[in-house]
Design a protein around this ligand. Structure first.
Ligand SMILES: Nc1ncnc2c1ncn2[C@@H]1O[C@H](COP(=O)(O)OP(=O)(O)OP(=O)(O)O)[C@@H](O)[C@H]1O
Ligand SMILES: [Mg+2]
Length: 330
């Protein structure tokens, strides 16, 4: 499954992303990849990165995908004849015949170039602004790297890719949310967190994106009721207020505790959340492909130029060869 985690600044996106990645990896035997989609790069340390893990980013032996777009585009374009110097890959370009479409777990160059493994969890970062970006680039030009990546990588049912997004509504300036199986909005029981949730969820609705609402830092039933009445909808998951989560951000600990050290209350909540996520329609490619093509046509019409519609290969399903064969009915 491909999941994105959204929420107001400080709502608990990174805490939940890291905890869920560790839970799926350690307790459910999932092969997991976290993508830090925020320019405030906290996911590595939240996962317990050591000094030598962090060195990989500093030395460039694990590159940031948002700052490596040229290589990323050429790599996934493969030898797709619809991607040419005149029609270069843009972030909405759909894969076509010849594109490098890969199974998530197969050994591949992208993994060596971008991934750092922290306690069993693979991690990629989009990266921060560089001095070349000042006055020129906004952050969603970098998160376009996530769009390209997700469109070319197929994951099986015991594999999960979770993107810890940056706070705010910038994501609606891109088609990124339509590429996920699940979009999780994290909300704390505070006035501002709930106000932002109301706003974000209404944008998501206009955008045609279904959101799961996960209430976190919850101490009692009244808080859930108050969130539900403000949002005028039920919450889909609840994560309790728990010292385990507080400790994960403690300056007094050299490393955040791993989820194997969590309380039963935390493990129960993560178990319930996992059960909920596993009920999501998997690989809803008809829907995702339709949206992918729609967004590319829209981009071509809006700013890239109509000639970019030539990049669409009608009827092409990049993941057809990975999809389980449905037995033909006699
Ligand atoms: N369930 C919880 N119980 C107790 N504390 C929590 C819980 N969830 C998150 N927190 C605390 O909330 C704070 C903010 O969490 P976190 O850094 O995950 O938020 P964020 O949404 O990723 O923020 P940012 O937008 O800055 O990236 C942290 O100090 C974390 O320990
Ligand atoms: Mg964060």
């Amino acid at each position: 499954m491909k999941l994105a985690v959204y929420g107001k600044g400080g709502s608990g996106k990174t805490t939940l992303s890291a905890s869920l990645l560790q839970f799926l990896s350690y307790f459910c035997d999932f092969h997991v990849l976290g993508i830090d989609g925020d320019h405030n790069l906290h996911l590595a340390s939240e996962l317990g990165a050591t000094a030598s893990d962090m060195q990989r980013f500093v030395q460039g032996s694990a590159r940031d995908i948002g700052n490596d777009l040229e290589w990323l585009r050429a790599y996934f374009a493969g030898n797709n004849p619809r991607i040419t110097p005149d029609l270069p890959m843009i972030k909405t370009t759909p894969p076509g015949e010849g594109s490098r479409v890969l199974k998530f777990s197969e050994p591949a160059e992208w993994r060596q170039r971008y991934v750092t493994v922290i306690d069993g969890v693979e991690l990629i970062r989009v990266g921060d602004f560089t001095s070349d970006d000042y006055r020129k680039k906004c952050f969603h030009s970098k998160t376009g790297a996530i769009e390209i990546f997700l469109k070319h990588v197929w994951e099986d049912s015991n594999e999960a890719i979770i993107v810890d997004m940056s706070a705010g509504k910038d994501v609606f300036a891109s088609p990124l949310p339509s590429l996920f199986d699940g979009n999780l909005y994290i909300v704390k029981p505070t006035r501002k967190s709930v106000a932002n949730a109301v706003d974000f969820l209404s944008h998501a609705k206009s955008f045609g994106v279904e959101m799961l609402v996960i209430a976190t830092d919850i101490s009692n039933r009244q808080e859930i009721t108050a969130i539900e009445s403000s949002l005028q909808r039920p919450v889909d998951g609840v994560i309790p207020h728990d010292p385990f989560f507080v400790q994960r951000d403690s300056l007094l600990l050299s490393r955040p505790p791993h989820v194997r050290e969590a309380s039963f209350a935390v493990l129960d909540a993560l178990y319930d959340l996992t059960a909920l996520l596993q009920q999501l329609p998997k690989h809803n490619w008809d829907k995702i492909l339709t949206k992918m093509l729609y967004h590319h046509e829209e981009t071509a019409a809006d700013w890239a130029g109509n000639k970019f519609t030539a990049q669409i290969q009608p009827g092409f399903n990049p993941f057809a060869r990975f999809q389980p064969q449905v037995a033909a009915k006699v």
